[in-house]
Write a protein that binds this ligand. Sequence first.
Ligand code: BYC
Length: 472
Amino acid sequence: MASIDYIERIPNNVDLSENRRLLRALEDWQPKFLEWWHDMGPEGFQAKDVYLRTATSVDAKGWAQFGYVKMPEYRWGIFLAEPEADRRINFGEHQGQPAWPDVPGEYRGTLRRLIVTQGDTEPASVEQQRHLGRTCPSLYDLRNLFQVNVEEGRHLWAMVYLLDAHFGRDGREESEALLQRRSGDHDKPRILGAFNEKTPDWLSFFMFCFFTDRDGKYQLACLAESGFDPLSRTCRFMLTEEAHHMFVGESGVGRIVQRACELMREHKTDDVRKYGGIDLPTMQKYINLHCSVSLDLFGSEVSTNAANFYTAGLKGRFEETKKTDDHRLKGGTYPVIGLDGEKIVTRQEAALVSLNERLRDDYVADCQRGVNRWNEIIKNHGVDFTLTLPHRAFRRAIGAFAEVRVSPDGRVVSQAEWDARHRDWLPTAEDEAYVGSLMQSVTERGKMANWIAPPARGVNSQAEDFEYVRLT
Ligand code: BYC
């Protein structure tokens, strides 16, 4: 079961050849996917050999095989984690019952919606990042961008498989629609807010991978708990790939921080822009922006949708099975922040409707660990500066704080104060223009743009001057 059938046109470990109807549906979708990839995937570089990792099996030995591949020839396919014998539903009103191999009729609409929402983010991120190849800071980073892009493409396949295999004609229509919406498009936008934002430069890309891909980790981890077993197994395998995307984000931002500190020390100044670096206050503004956009992806603090997903056994909590409560959340409460007039207060809400906030708490704690590691880099250079996460009520568009203005340190502020101060808190047009001015492509082997430090080690332990993308 672990090994993947690469003889088939669509690599898979789900015995696709045994299911002619599904095979036909996916073979019908495949050229449309490739057309979308051609139109909306990475601009340029499609004919170049890229040093990519491809999964040849879903076990530890096979899921990271490296070799040169042209992106359109990447073997996108369908890989589910190994089935767990006698898997049970671990939470909600069906707790203890065997996990479902098929979609229960009563949850068809809800599950389809969850899967479509998840699926929609994958092509969206590829669309958001499609222009970045032209301004890469190094071949190493160019290759990492493409690795992330092809894997997001595969995550789209993962959701399309579920739609085509389990939702009949509706599912096939949704699969088509996933290729028709476009990030940022006025008429047919992507479903969630963050996926309609621009990713205009590499600083934004690294921030996106750190903050927004991390939402992916937490949402996938909750879907991996699902009582619908094919969704659980699909998400479990996706999580192994997601880890690399967050590594790209954290190490990318860390390398920019490192370079800023090096320039500060070398030139004995905080004004590293003079020397072509990205200064730490600008990094802080980008953190404020990307963190706040990603916090919205968890939905409202108090949500009956989340309660219903949980009770139905469709979407669990992060590390559900490690928790020691009743896994039904009938009686308990959970602290949730909200507004009391002009004040931000914490209230105890019913645990069941607080699941979005609880997941946001897990997420914020994880983000903070990454920020601490960036601060270590700063401290090790003897620089007196601390990067922080903005308060979770800052610049929110979804939930209890959508209608108020809140400062990064968590004060509800007047519109007048917001107007006077927001330039200190969020990237300004000048900041974006400055960062944009640094985005000059560096593609010589082993070379790095001046605003970013080299990585600590190469991909798959390759040498510093390894040719990650063959441009000639
Ligand atoms: N933007 O009770 P509410 C990833 C809607 S990222 C726009 O507040 P709920 C990746 C909501 O749909 C992970 N709309 O929230 C990362 C609802 O609409 P209706 C993606 C939003 O439903 C990087 C209404 O507001 N996966 O994988 O509890 C690169 C009230 O809903 C937003 C998932 O999200 C928003 N930010 O939770 C590539 C998992 N937030 O019903 C990939 C699947 C809420 O009134 N999705 N709304 O029309 C879900 O679990 C839930 O849909 C959400 C929302 C967590 C997103």
